[in-house]
Structure formats: structure tokens, C-alpha cells
Design a protein around this ligand. Sequence first.
Ligand SMILES: [Fe+2]
Length: 238
Amino acid sequence: MNDDHISRREFMVGAGAASLLFVAKPNWGAFLNSKDNLMSEPKLVSVPQAIPEKVYTSEKVGISRKTHDEHLKLWQGYANQTNNLRKAMAELDTDPAKANQITSPMRSLKVDYTFAYEGYINHNVYFETLGGSGGPATGAVADLINATYGSFEKWAADFKATGIAGRGWVYLAYDHDEKAVFNYIGDAQNTFPVWNHTLLLAMDVYEHAYYLDFQTARAKYIDAYMQCIDWAAVNAKL
Ligand SMILES: [Fe+2]
């Protein structure tokens, strides 16, 4: 999957109208069996209504208000599609005889659900942890970064290089088993999660996060992003 393909899909999700699954109101009734097979009423996620005001301070280093305002539409799209999929799955027939690994509604909805929900989660963390003054990490997360990487500078170099190597995301996450942090690489929204981690920092490196301001110069965007990390918000996630 290349960046262009991902961008088109993100646009489709963000446009709200859109995943192919939801172009028209789906006839989920065709998949229904008895009421015994239905899940209970789904819990829905809250749809973000605005970019947190502090995030706009990134304008001083070149990440524009326009970029964030356009990005909000994508963030909302992931929330809306998460909810659409939860509703669809609540009506899905759980008869094992109707599931298969190629075309079944069970497979389609559950795969797309990870893309939508993780897209929502990643963007939640992205916007929660922007709007600070960047610079060296503070608090407990600084100690964890030093324990894994030796220094903030070494961590920052690894984080930036991971951002160049990733197709969509970089994640600083805390491993509850090893009690340590690590910079994970991500491609799509739903790659590559590791169990029993807490997501502390999610840097979006999809082109929609920077192209308007930096065109193809992703490294410059990463430098700007790292001047806007809100380390207090990161620590609050530990
Ligand atoms: Fe994004």
C-alpha cells in the first residue's frame, strides 16, 4: 500500500460519506439471523468538535492553523466511522457458518474497525500531546527515555529517523511488561500495535499532516513537530 492509496482512503474516511461499505445504507438485514445472535447496544465514541486551542501554537514553527483545521475533518471521520462500524457490528450475525476469510461481513467489518478505531485513538493522542514547547522531555517520561536511549538527544534522533522510515505514524509507547518506553514504527492506522502498551506520543507523518506547510520535506515537519510536544500531556498518560 503506497502513500497515495492511503491518502485517498483517508480522504474518503474524512469526507464522512465514504468508505465503500457505507456509500449506500447497507442492507445489514440480509446478514441477520435470530435476535440471539445480536450484540447489545454499542457504546459510541465522542466525535471531536474542535482542535484543542493550544495546538494552534504550532503556527510559530510553521505547522499552520489550516493544516490542523483540515486534519480535524479526518479525525472526525475516524470517530464517525468507528461509531458506524460499532452499530453495524451490533447487528451482525455471529453464526460461524456465515463467516469466512475472504468476503464475509464479519471479516470486512472487523478489519475496517481496527483502521477506524485506531485512527481515532492515534489522532486523539496526536492532538492531546501537541501544543507544548517541545525541547527535552520532562518528568517520569524523561527518565524512561534516558533508560532506554541513554539521552534525550539519542531518543530524538531515533524518533526522527523512525518518522522518516514510517509510512504513517511513529509511536512512543510504554511497555507494561518491560516497564520501558520504545519508539515504534507505524504504517497504516492499524499497524503495528503491540499488546500491553500505553500510547504516550503519536506523531502523524501522513502527508496530510504536513504537505500544505512543508510540501515533501517531511524532516522539516518532524523538526517543527518536536518543538511543539507537550511533555506535561505526555507524562499525564503514564
Ligand atoms: Fe492524520
